[in-house]
Design a protein around this ligand. Structure first.
Ligand code: ANZ
Ligand code: ZN
Length: 836
């Protein structure tokens, strides 16, 4: 007799093999069944799974298992975001190859995920560094090229001369290269771009579709990143020349307060404006310095405002005033028109600039109950007001004046309403090796020639040796670079830039629906059935770029005819971090807890249980050794409970939330009490699963039920219907707990003699009539004040309740010396005695 010691290693290995052999997590599209697509953000194969992964995937796995038990057809896939810089660095360091390093890591990490018992359909596994994968994004690129959505342009980049490579903004640390620490320059380089700006309006507009499904703060971050700004373009004539300068402004109402003009250092008119000016060289030097500034610093609010006069003037179209034209360091060429009408009285940056260079200031917006004096103002006034010093527009509320002034200028072709977006086109060129090749050829006579689709994939030569200095080996690799032009056959050069790795992660969730299809990126029926992703789970650090690029990609693929979806992810759950001693686990802090050692010591189930119990999914989680010990102890408690019942011959194959008939007739006393607790637990757990996945409270409810079973089992083991009630409750614990700790639950389920796998067993439904209590508690009031509580039969009649209330000691004391005037019974709730 007895189940032996709870040995997670044995139990977990056994059930992982069982699931694997029964293929119970493999799914196909099935129109007859409702689907649920749950997805975690796929990992970069860095070498090892960390606790953050375990948390992310455990949350997803509980959802997947729960939805499956609710009868849904659940797609839950896993794959690898396998291109990227760390592989190159590791290859240099370990004198190996990025491909070898990556594939070995995938192998190790896959084994770790399997050891955690996640319910993936492993047949759909994909690695983005495989040509069978990136072949399709090369095709998408060509189609986008054809539609004008991919293009090449000269653009400023961060350049490290010693590494001879472009650096992403994140790789520039205080103006220096993250790798070699030398000064980063700004350089113009031909680069590939995706025209994400063509979708700016839709990307903003469709955020509405995600309300309620995505966290509000993520929606706000997306909105700010796209940065829609409603304003106008106004044109100013340059004095004495046949030249106009157009500005973008959100405040056309302040036009009469525009006292000078500020241009970006890269503004194309600068050269013309300074022609003949005796200080032209000084202006050029200033422009060069500004253009070389770190672009992040240049856009920062606290930038010290600097500028230089160009020697030229333009004319304010409303006031006729001459406005000196300056070049200013805070004006960016990439936004609006690269020219700003400066209104120092009402714009803080212009205010600082004007104070510094003693430029004139004119108040044109008057607040309600104050008069602004430019001489004594200490900052710009940017709030609403009515117009002053604005001629015919005086007295007009400024919101109204915005429209009126644009209309007025519009009549002479000098103004029009305009919408601007902060969003920039997506630079997708990387001068890196470990990425997907961009499929074009540079021909000396034909120019840029797309690689014909039949020649895809353009394979990355996986055996190319990475270079010690970190530069891509591709440009020097003759076998890769030298090709015949696909158009004219002449000797041509292959493009050696590779795609930004954000590209692979922008569509992998669609590919899972048809991961093994070699003839097309997607099987249309499967894509239609499974998408959109119903629940996407990952870290908040991806709240902007990855999610934005994915949203963009889905819209492009829709316009290319692949899908009819407009949005990739219906619901988004951003899980909190895993902390140790209050801070994020990291190697440098030395506070990392390795999942492997936890699984080795306590098992996958205890690790999953601790992580899911310690905190609700969106909140940070503090790692605690005592916590995982506690989780392990609880599982042992469940194990021993089942074993006890078995030893006592009280373990029956009764279904969870068993009907009354299975308990041998209408239950009473402790049998009924346990049954009530069991059904109420099923109700609470189901509610918590449905309501934002509050696994922690669901687990707490199950712990309560187990406690109650311990307290009742000695009495119930031998009572009529008792073994059945205990077995039903145990079955309920196992079913409800199985999404969290699937292995232990399967094992005990089998030990109960239950049929079939728990993984595919339907979720139980509680019986509302089981929740009804035999006795209910009534509050007794005297003159509106609570003086006692009574337990009465749930079906007691009013007269019985009245009589019973008058036996309560404390109630009687409060009635001493008074006469009863009225006695009101609110059935099921209270008795109120009115006395005086
Ligand atoms: C005149 C003005 C008066 C402005 C005023 C503001 C307040 P958002 O809301 O971010 O779109 N601007 C336009 N292009 C710029 C550029 N390339 N670099 C730096 N600043 C630029 O900001 C729009 C405002 O930012 C524009 O409205 C312009 O200044 C400035 F009381 O025009 B405003
Ligand atoms: Zn050619």
């Amino acid at each position: 007799m007895g189940f032996g010691k709870y040995d997670p290693q044995r139990v977990e290995g056994k059930w992982q093999q069982n699931w694997n052999e029964s293929r119970c997590f493999e799914v196909e599209a099935d129109e007859a069944k409702p689907k649920f697509y749950v997805l975690e953000m796929f990992p970069y194969p860095s070498g090892k799974i960390h606790m953050g992964h375990v948390r992310n995937y455990s949350i997803a796995d509980v959802v997947a298992r729960y939805k499956r038990m609710r009868g849904m057809n659940v797609l839950h896939p896993m794959g690898w975001d396998a291109f990227g810089l760390p592989a190159e660095n590791a290859a240099i360091k370990n004198k190996t190859h990025p491909a070898a390093w990556t594939y070995q890591n995938i192998k190790d990490m896959r084994a770790q995920l399997k050891r955690l018992g996640y319910s993936y359909d492993w047949r759909r596994e994909l690695a983005t560094c495989r040509p069978e994968y990136y072949k399709w994004e090369q095709r998408f690129f060509l189609q986008m090229l054809e539609k004008g959505l991919a293009y090449r342009k000269n653009s400023p980049v961060n350049w490290c001369e010693s590494c001879k490579t472009v650096l992403a903004n994140e790789q520039v640390e205080e103006g220096r290269c993250w790798r070699c620490d030398s000064e980063v320059e700004q350089k113009q380089l031909e680069q590939w771009f995706f025209k994400i700006t063509a979708y700016a309006e839709e990307l903003i507009e469709d955020l509405k579709l995600l309300e309620g499904g995505w966290p509000d703060r993520v929606l706000t971050m997306q909105q700010n990143w796209i940065g829609k700004s409603i304003g106008a373009e106004l044109t100013f004539q340059v004095k004495g020349r046949d030249l106009g300068i157009t500005v973008f402004t959100t405040r056309p109402d302040t036009l009469c307060g525009a006292t000078f003009m500020s241009l970006a250092a890269e503004h194309p008119l600068v050269e013309q404006l300074i022609a003949g000016y005796d200080k032209a060289d000084q202006v050029r030097a200033f422009c060069r310095d500004v253009a070389n500034m770190d672009r992040i610093k240049r856009g920062a609010d606290d930038l010290e405002k600097e500028g230089v006069f160009t020697g030229a003037y333009c004319i304010n179209p409303l006031t006729g005033r001459e406005m000196p034209i300056h070049v200013a360091n805070f004006v960016l060429m990439g936004y609006g028109t690269g020219a700003v009408m400066a209104v120092p009285a009402h714009d803080q940056r212009d205010f600082e600039f004007a104070r510094k260079y003693a430029l004139p200031m004119q108040v044109v917006i008057q607040p309600k109950d104050a008069v602004l004096d430019p001489a004594s103002m200490t900052e710009a006034y940017s709030a609403p007001g009515v117009l002053v010093n604005s001629g015919r527009f005086d007295g007009m509320p400024n919101e109204e004046a915005k429209k009126a002034i644009v209309e007025h200028l519009g009549a002479s072709g000098l103004g029009k309403p305009t919408v601007n977006y902060r969003l920039r086109d997506w630079g997708i060129s990387r001068q890196r090796f470990w990425g997907a090749p961009i499929p074009v050829v540079h021909c000396p006579s034909c120019g840029l020639v797309p690689v014909p689709e039949k020649d895809l994939p353009v394979r990355l030569p996986e055996d190319a040796q990475v270079r010690e200095d970190g530069r891509s080996p591709l440009p020097l690799l003759d076998s890769f670079v030298n090709v015949a032009c696909p158009k004219c056959g002449a000797k041509a050069r292959r493009e050696t830039d590779t795609f930004d790795t954000f590209m692979e992660s922008s569509w992998y969730f669609l590919r899972y629906t048809s991961a093994r299809n070699e003839d097309a990126p997607f099987d249309p029926a499967a894509l239609k059935y499974w998408t959109p992703v119903d629940l996407y789970i990952g870290g908040i650090e991806h709240a902007i770029l990855h999610l934005l690029y994915s949203r963009f990609f889905v819209k492009v693929l829709r316009d290319l005819g692949y899908t009819d979806q407009a949005e990739p992810f219906k619901n988004l759950l951003t899980q909190g971090m895993v902390l140790k001693d209050g801070s994020k686990m990291s190697k440098s802090k030395g506070n990392v807890v390795d999942p492997n050692s936890m699984i080795g010591k306590y098992g996958a189930d205890a690790t999953r249980l601790f992580i899911l119990f310690a905190s609700p999914p969106e909140k940070d989680l503090e790692w605690s050794d005592a916590g995982i010990e506690g989780a392990f102890r609880f599982l042992n408690r469940v194990w021993r409970l089942a074993e006890d019942l078995s030893d006592a011959g009280a373990l029956k194959a009764v279904p969870p939330c068993a009907p009354v008939s299975a308990l041998g007739g209408e239950p009473a006393g402790p049998v009924k009490d346990l049954r009530r607790k069991e059904h109420d637990t099923a109700r609470r757990v189901t509610r918590d699963m449905e309501n934002k996945f509050q696994f922690n409270t669901a687990i707490a409810a199950l712990m309560e039920l187990v406690n109650e079973m311990y307290a009742a089992k000695d009495v119930l083991k031998d009572a009529p219907g008792g073994p059945e009630a205990l077995s039903s409750a145990l079955a309920t614990v196992l079913v409800l707990l199985s999404p969290v700790t699937p292995h232990l639950c399967e094992e005990l389920w089998a030990n109960m003699g239950q049929k079939g796998q728990l993984a595919t067993t339907p979720w139980p439904e509680h019986d509302p009539s089981a929740l009804v209590k035999d006795e209910i508690e009534l509050v007794v009031q005297v003159n509106g004040k609570v003086r006692g509580r009574l337990n009465v039969a749930a079906d007691a009649d009013q007269e019985a309740v009245r009589q019973f209330a008058m036996t309560h000691e404390n109630v009687l004391r409060h009635l001493e010396g008074k006469s009863i005037k009225k006695l009101i019974v609110v059935p099921g709730k209270l008795v109120n005695v009115v006395a005086g």
